[in-house]
Design a protein around this ligand. Structure first.
Ligand SMILES: *[C@@H]1O[C@H](CO)[C@@H](O)[C@H](O)[C@H]1NC(C)=O
Ligand SMILES: *[C@@H]1O[C@H](CO)[C@@H](O)[C@H](O)[C@H]1NC(C)=O
Ligand SMILES: *[C@@H]1O[C@H](CO)[C@@H](O)[C@H](O)[C@H]1NC(C)=O
Ligand SMILES: *[C@@H]1O[C@H](CO)[C@@H](O)[C@H](O)[C@H]1NC(C)=O
Length: 440
């Protein structure tokens, strides 16, 4: 009896096992197809989603042959390929999103009925090259996102896109030295160009010479050792925002570097290796509002660096090694937020904040923490900013951390000959993690 039951149980177990096994096999073999939802009753917007872990080759019939589709999203649909007729007869299509798939070759020929396409997102796929003529059928593109692929680019590829305004090529395999100087020769209308996370060293100086209305150029993480010539040419006077963050630029020692960028409002050069800065280098940037020089190796601030730059309201010089701060450098600006935290100065000019306000600056936020402060000088500044109701960073000002040092002589010594005494003292205490004097 006992044996019988056990046998029956075994059989049941086996059957169950078998059916699970069969189901499992089927689910691996059957390719799941994305399901498409028609968001609008008139089928204006189509969004496709795909569950399951198999890839799918987009075929004609799933989204093609629909005159009413204006917007089509196949974002993250596990597409590994796109048949050359999969976008046939989409006569109203304006927006196409194919981002976050695994497409390595795009055949956009079947977009021949989609002349009015203005937005194409191919970001985060596996493209390594674009076939010649890829954009011949879509001359009206306004926005093209090719970021997050493995692209190298050949001459002529963007030639049909004479209306293009937004081009994202970030995070690809572009090699500046291999780019043809006429790559963007027909794209005169580009306003937004993102080339970040590519190697843009040795790119041709004339790379952007055809561009007429550029507003933003992003060159973050481009392994640059100097400000590239193609980014500062005379035709780029329309530029408002230049991003050079996270490169290896050491030198702004030529006062004429930015002479053409007369409309620039925002300049990011943070996280570089800047040591040399010419006193006149920012002076042509008459409309500059924001400058970010955080995390460089600036020790010496020229006395006239920002003087009389009337529109300059945000200055970030934090995380440098500035040991002397000339108040004159900021006079005549409209500086509102000034960040001098994490540098190497032990004092500031008497009435520093007041002097700036008197020269026209609207100083409301002033960060000066994490410097090797002489306690007497820090106290004088703190009472000044409190009186003027200026916001400062009180992080670490809770009595638990060393924030300033003092010798027996408790006057604020505003002279550079005394700096070394205080910076050494500060380094000893900070690196030893000891607590000093009474906190403020
Ligand atoms: C779709 O539009 C095209 C051009 O506008 C037209 O020739 C064609 O007949 C339309 N097809 C359908 C099914 O409405
Ligand atoms: C599409 O590709 C097939 C081969 O895969 C080819 O025979 C056909 O001519 C192509 N059609 C177009 C319109 O390019
Ligand atoms: C392209 O799609 C990605 C998401 O996959 C999105 O983050 C990005 O903003 C889109 N690009 C543009 C220009 O809209
Ligand atoms: C000042 O710089 C520090 C360090 O880079 C940063 O954490 C902080 O957000 C900055 N503050 C302002 C107001 O820019």
């Amino acid at each position: 009896m006992m044996l019988g039951i056990s046998q029956r149980n075994n059989m049941a177990y086996l059957q169950q096992y078998w059916s699970i096994y069969v189901l499992f096999t089927i689910s691996v073999l059957v390719e799941t197809i994305p399901t498409c939802k028609y968001i609008d009753s008139r089928d204006v917007e189509v969004v496709c989603n795909k569950n399951g872990d198999t890839n799918y080759v987009l075929k004609r019939g799933l989204v093609s042959d629909n005159n009413r589709t204006i917007s089509l999203s196949l974002q993250g649909c596990r597409l590994s390929d796109v048949d050359n007729d999969s976008f046939k007869n989409l006569n109203s299509l304006k927006y196409l999103d194919l981002s976050q798939n695994q497409i390595s070759k795009v055949k956009l020929d079947s977009l021949d009925s989609s002349k009015q396409l203005i937005y194409l997102n191919l970001s985060h796929n596996l493209f390594s090259e674009l076939q010649p003529g890829s954009f011949d059928k879509t001359p009206n593109l306004d926005v093209l996102d090719l970021s997050g692929n493995r692209l190298m680019l050949n001459l002529g590829i963007f030639d049909p896109l004479t209306k293009l305004r937004h081009l994202d090529l970030s995070n690809n395999n572009l090699q500046g030295k291999d780019l043809d100087p006429f790559l963007f020769g027909h794209n005169t209308q580009i306003r937004y160009l993102d080339l970040s996370i590519n190697d843009m060293n040795d790119a041709p100086h004339t790379l952007l010479d055809a561009v007429q209305v550029l507003e933003l150029l992003n060159l973050e993480r481009c392994l640059l050792k100097e400000v590239p010539k193609f980014a500062i040419r005379a035709n780029l006077k329309t530029m408002k925002h230049l991003i050079l963050s996270t490169n290896q630029i050491t030198d702004l020692g030529d006062g004429t570097t930015f002479i053409n960028l007369v409309n620039l409002e925002k300049l990011n050069i943070n996280d570089n290796a800047l040591e040399q800065i010419h006193g006149d280098v920012f002076k042509p940037l008459k409309k500059l509002k924001v400058i970010v020089l955080r995390a460089n190796k600036i020790k010496y601030l020229p006395d006239n660096l920002f003087t009389n730059m009337k529109n300059l309201a945000n200055i970030d010089l934090s995380n440098n090694i500035i040991d002397t701060v000339p108040v004159n450098a900021f006079r005549g600006t409209s500086v509102k937020n000034l960040n001098l935290s994490n540098n190497r100065f032990t004092y500031l000019t008497d009435n520093f904040a007041l002097e700036l306000r008197n020269s026209g600056a609207k100083l409301t936020k002033f960060y000066f923490n994490q410097n090797p402060w002489q306690c007497a000088c820090l106290m004088a500044l703190l009472s000044e900013v409190k009186k003027l109701e200026i916001t400062y960073n009180s992080l670490h000002y809770d009595g638990k951390y060393p924030i300033c040092v003092t010798t027996r002589d408790v006057f604020c010594k505003r002279h550079d000959t005394f700096n070394a005494v205080f910076t050494e003292l500060y380094d000893d205490i900070v690196s030893a993690g000891k607590s000093v004097e009474e906190p403020i």
